[in-house]
Design a protein around this ligand. Structure first.
Ligand code: IFM
Length: 432
């Protein structure tokens, strides 16, 4: 199954038709977004979704992964906002009419601001509010959705948002990050219970971002640092979800950084999964550092994307191997993979050959992983179109479709045409 992915805050716009989210507040805070921009309009997808669905139909994808904006579909009193839901009903109808399967993510970082005002993910109650939201939304949209994911990349919602200050709400405290991570994981477990009840025939799961963690040198110290990084970045999320336990790193944390885990939480978090979504972008290289669990280092001379991330296709094989070595796995979907490149529109065209090469290399790596036994059922390119890249604003372009943010004109890039031709060749072959 091949698809493309997006998320609500990054593309939807129509901010005036929903409640504010933590990302509105973050964008309103000077200095938080690199280019000083705001996600309020983004790709104006709420008005232009028909055109965007047509672009997907023309691309020939089997599936579309998008997220639902919690502040669009719920009122602050916990009641469903039926007007907000109508947008998703129309979108889902459009997808279904074109034979495109809907992969809906419930939480891709746009927490309603009213919940942040009550403590956000530091407040255990937010996990129960997530369960309530999951229940309301899955009852209304459930029949039209092929697959539900509870969370997208809880690592980012916890670490980037509470420890590194790079994402909303922008705190810089590891103890907070660990507590937020626990409540996010709890919300996943509570959400899964509801999804199993309301949508037993859907493919229900979670999406994690995973990266191989390499040591900067063969020294014992650097290898130990890379091992800690792996536990902190990968195991902290995959472990609880797939085995019901945090990695051993939990015993090395100072007491005030150990999250409050209540009786039964780990069982709640470890629910049977219909699928595991894996987002893969790059590897990490780590060394030991005074006063830190690990420090990441840039390896000179490696090919980089416009995000400064190393292009490392073999990492996809390594991540899939690591998962199967460690866990009993459900079927896997690569729910995001892609690259920001310095695209230029010239004469109405965008020649993004470096992105085409990126996809070719990663799909070849995926083929190797599947040949080695990985049970991967689908692959989603990030992203359908250029969009609001969080704290980088509109300065980074990941799309197969170029967006002119002044006019909202969409222009398909060469990578879109390459993806389209790959899908067409596949369909022609399977017809023989
Ligand atoms: O744009 C993000 C997306 O929201 C989550 N995964 C990584 C992408 C690129 O940074």
């Amino acid at each position: 199954m091949f698809g493309v992915a997006t998320s609500s805050f990054q593309i939807e716009g129509a901010a005036e038709q929903r409640l504010p989210s933590i990302w509105d507040t973050f964008c309103d805070t000077p200095g938080r977004i690199e280019d000083g921009s705001h996600g309020a309009t983004a790709c104006d997808h709420v008005s232009r979704y028909r055109q965007d669905v047509a672009l997907m139909a023309d691309l020939g994808v089997d599936a579309y992964r998008f997220s639902i904006s919690w502040p669009r579909v719920m009122h602050a009193d916990g009641k469903l906002n039926t007007k907000g839901c109508d947008f998703y009903l129309r979108l889902l109808d459009g997808l279904n009419e074109n034979g495109i399967r809907a992969f809906a993510t419930l939480y891709h970082w746009d927490l309603p601001q009213y919940l942040e005002d009550r403590g956000g993910w530091l407040n255990r109650d937010t996990a129960y509010r997530f369960q309530e939201y999951t229940d309301a939304v899955s009852r209304v949209l459930g029949e039209r959705v092929f697959s539900w994911a509870t969370l997208n990349e809880p690592l980012c919602s916890a670490q980037l948002a509470y420890e590194l200050g790079m994402h909303a709400p922008g705190f810089t405290d590891r103890a907070m990050a660990k507590q937020a991570a626990h409540h996010l994981l709890l919300s996943h477990g509570l959400g899964m219970q509801v999804l199993r009840q309301n949508c037993p025939n859907a493919l229900n799961g979670i999406v994690l971002n995973l990266s191989p963690c390499h040591a900067a040198s063969e020294s014992h110290e650097d290898r130990a640092a890379a091992f800690r990084a792996d536990q902190d970045l990968n195991g902290w999320y995959a472990g609880p979800v797939l085995t019901g336990a945090y990695p051993d790193l939990i015993d090395q944390l100072p007491a005030h950084e150990v999250p409050d885990v209540q009786e039964g939480d780990m069982e709640t978090i470890c629910q049977p999964l219909g699928f595991l979504g894996v987002n893969y972008y790059s590897r990490g290289v780590f060394r030991a550092a005074q006063g830190a669990l690990y420090e990441d280092v840039a390896v000179p001379g490696k090919p980089l994307t416009d995000m400064g991330w190393e292009i490392y296709p073999e990492g996809l094989v390594e991540v899939l191997e690591m998962l199967s070595d460690r866990y009993d796995l459900p079927p896997i979907y690569i729910t995001e993979n892609g690259a920001a490149m310095t695209d230029r529109i010239e004469g109405g065209a965008v020649e993004d050959s470096s992105r085409i090469r990126f996809f070719e290399q990663h799909l070849a790596a995926l083929e190797r992983a599947i040949a080695a036994g990985a049970d991967v059922r689908g692959y989603f390119a990030w992203s359908l179109m250029d969009n609001f890249e969080w704290s980088y604003g509109y300065s980074k372009r990941f799309g197969l479709v170029y967006v002119d943010y002044e006019t909202q004109e969409r222009t398909v890039k060469s990578s879109y045409k390459a993806f389209q031709s790959m899908l067409k060749t596949r369909n022609d072959r399977s017809a023989c």
